[in-house]
Design a protein around this ligand. Structure first.
Ligand code: GLN
Length: 489
C-alpha cells in the first residue's frame, strides 16, 4: 500500500504484524510443548499431570493441532466477508490470550475450554495475519517475498521464546505457570497490536464489498453456526457427550482429507478454471500431499519425540537438568541460521539454471524428514541397550527436519500465492493450512501408536513413516517429470 521502508526496508506496518505473530507463536509453541507432557504426567507428586494414557494424550494433541489449522479456513472466510482481516486478528489475539489464561486455572474442567479458545482464536488470527502481510505491498512490489521471509523469522523468534519461558516455568515450577506465561506473552501481542495497528493503514481493513442485505444474511448464518458449535462443544465439556479421543482423531483425519479432496475436486471440475489454472491446481494438489505428510512427522516434536526426550534422553548439562521443551528450540534456531543459506542455494541454482522444480524441492523436504526418523530409529535401538542416550540424537533429528522444513514450508507458501487461481486466493491459503491440519492429526495418531508400549512400539512406527516418506518422495519425483518444462521457482 505504501512505499515506506521504515522496517528493514519494508513498510512499518510489517513491524506491527511481526511482533503480533511473534507473541502469538510464543504462546502457541510454548503451550504446545507442555501439552502432551502435562496430559501424560502422573496425577500425584510434584507438578501433577492428568494421568492420561499416551494414546489418548497424543490423540488429543493431534485433534488440537488439527483444529487450530482447520479453523484457519472459517477464520479466513469470516475476515473476508464480515470482519475484515485487521479486526479478525485483534479478536483472535484476545481470544487466544483468554484461552491460555483459562488453561492457567489449575482445574481439569477448564482444560478443554482453554484449548477450545486457543483453537478459535488462532483460526481468526493465523491465516489472516499472513494475508495482511501480503496486503502491505502494492500488486507488483518485489519486496513481498522478502516480507514473508522476515515474517517467517518472527514465527521462529516467537517459538524460541515460548520454549524457553513456558517449558522452564511449566516443567520446573508448575504446568499452569507455563500456560499462564503463554497468556502473558499473547497479552503483550494484543497490547502492541492495539497500539500500532494504525500503522497498517488500510491493509486488510475492510471485508469484501457486498450489499448490506447479503452481509446481514451472512452474519445471521455465522451466528447460527456459532450457536450450534458452542452448544455441541458445551455439551461435550459438561459431559453430556462423551468422546473417545482416539476414535475422534481418526474420524477427524478422514473428515479433513475428504474436505480437502472435495475442495480440490470442486475447483478442478466445477469452478470454471482455464486449462492452465487447472494444471497449476494439479501441481498444488501434489504439493498439498507432500506437505501433509511432512507435518505428520514434524509435529511429533511435541508428542512422541518429547516423550522420548523425557523418558530416554540424558538432559543434564553441567549438573543442570534442562526442561524437556528446551530441546525443541533447536528447530527455530536452525531455521534462523539456515534460512539465508537455503535462500542462497536456491538463488545460486537458479542462476545456473539448475533450480529444482517445486515437486523436487518437496521431495527433498520429505527425504530430510525420512533421514531424521532414520536417526531416531538408531537412537531408539541405542536406548534399548543403554538408556538414557545423549541429546545429540534429538538435536540431529531436529537439524534434519529443519532442513526439510526450509526446502518445503516457505516454498509451499509462495507456491500457493503464485499458482492459485486468483479468485480463490484466500481459500487456497486455507487449503495450505489444511495440509498442516491433516499433518497435525496424523502426528497425534502416529505419536500415540509409537509411544503406546514404551520403546518397543517406537521402532515399527518410525520405520513405517520412513517408508511412506520414501514412497511419497519418489511419487513427487515422478510427478516432477510430468510437470517438467513448466514452473520453476
Ligand atoms: N512453523 C510454521 C508456523 O508456525 C509452519 C507451521 C505449519 O504450517 N504447520 O507458522
Amino acid at each position: 500500500m505504501n512505499k515506506d521502508t521504515a522496517f528493514f526496508g519494508h513498510p512499518v506496518g510489517l513491524r506491527t504484524l511481526f511482533l503480533t505473530e511473534m507473541w502469538e507463536r510464543m504462546s502457541y509453541y510454548g503451550m504446545r510443548a507442555l501439552l502432551v507432557l502435562y496430559m501424560t504426567g502422573a496425577i500425584t507428586g510434584f507438578n501433577p499431570g492428568m494421568g492420561l494414557s499416551a494414546i489418548n494424550a497424543n490423540a488429543i494433541y493431534g485433534i488440537y493441532v488439527g483444529m487450530v489449522y482447520f479453523m484457519v479456513v472459517p477464520g479466513g472466510w469470516i475476515a473476508d466477508n464480515i470482519l475484515g482481516h485487521q479486526k479478525a486478528v485483534l479478536i483472535g489475539a484476545i481470544i487466544i490470550a483468554l484461552g491460555h489464561f483459562t488453561l492457567a486455572i489449575p482445574l481439569e474442567q477448564t482444560f478443554f475450554l482453554g484449548l477450545m479458545f486457543v483453537v478459535l482464536g488462532t483460526g481468526l488470527l493465523k491465516g489472516n495475519i499472513s494475508t495482511i502481510v501480503g496486503n502491505l505491498y502494492r500488486e507488483n512490489d518485489e519486496r513481498r517475498d522478502s516480507g514473508y521471509t522476515i515474517f517467517y523469522m518472527s514465527i521462529n523468534i516467537g517459538s524460541t521464546l515460548g520454549f524457553l519461558i513456558c517449558s522452564y516455568l511449566g516443567e520446573k515450577i508448575g504446568w499452569h505457570y507455563g500456560f499462564g506465561a503463554a497468556g502473558i506473552g499473547m497479552t503483550f501481542g494484543v497490547y502492541q497490536y492495539i497500539k500500532f495497528r494504525h500503522l497498517l493503514e488500510d491493509a486488510g481493513q475492510k471485508p469484501n464489498e457486498m450489499s448490506d442485505e447479503k452481509r446481514s444474511n451472512l452474519i445471521k448464518w455465522t451466528k447460527i453456526s456459532l450457536i450450534i458449535m458452542f452448544t455441541v462443544i458445551g455439551a461435550g465439556l459438561l459431559g453430556f457427550i462423551t468422546v473417545d479421543p482416539r476414535v475422534f482423531a481418526e474420524n477427524f483425519a478422514y473428515f479433513l482429507t475428504i474436505v480437502a479432496g472435495a475442495y480440490f475436486l470442486y475447483l478442478y471440475g466445477f469452478a470454471g478454471l482455464k486449462n492452465v489454472e487447472k494444471k497449476n491446481l494439479l501441481l498444488l494438489f501434489v504439493l498439498f500431499i507432500g506437505a501433509a505428510a511432512f507435518w505428520s512427522g514434524f509435529d511429533q516434536s511435541a508428542s512422541s519425540l518429547s516423550i522420548f526426550a523425557r523418558d530416554y534422553t540424558d538432559l543434564s548439562i553441567g549438573g543442570f537438568i534442562i526442561p524437556i521443551g528446551w530441546l525443541q528450540f533447536a528447530n527455530p534456531i536452525f531455521v534462523v541460521t539456515f534460512a539465508p543459506i537455503f535462500a542462497g542455494i536456491w538463488a545460486h541454482l537458479a542462476r545456473i539454471n539448475l533450480d529444482p522444480s517445486l515437486p523436487i524441492k518437496f521431495a527433498i523436504g520429505l527425504i530430510f524428514m525420512a533421514l531424521s526418523f532414520i536417526v531416531m530409529v538408531y537412537a531408539v535401538k541405542l536406548a534399548m541397550v543403554t538408556a538414557p542416550v545423549g541429546m545429540r540424537w534429538l538435536l540431529l533429528t531436529y537439524l534434519l527436519q529443519t532442513w526439510g522444513e526450509l526446502a518445503l514450508s516457505p516454498i509451499g507458501l509462495s507456491a500457493f500465492s503464485k499458482y492459485s487461481p486468483k479468485r480463490y486466493m484466500g481459500q487456497m491459503f486455507g487449503l495450505w493450512f489444511l495440509a498442516s491440519a491433516i499433518g497435525g492429526v496424523l502426528a497425534g495418531l502416529l505419536g500415540g501408536d509409537a509411544t503406546v508400549d514404551g520403546l518397543s512400539s517406537v521402532q515399527p512406527i518410525f520405520t513405517f513413516m520412513i517408508q511412506y516418506y520414501a514412497v511419497i518422495a519418489l511419487a513427487l519425483i515422478i510427478m516432477a517429470y510430468f510437470f517438467k518444462n513448466r514452473e520453476k521457482t
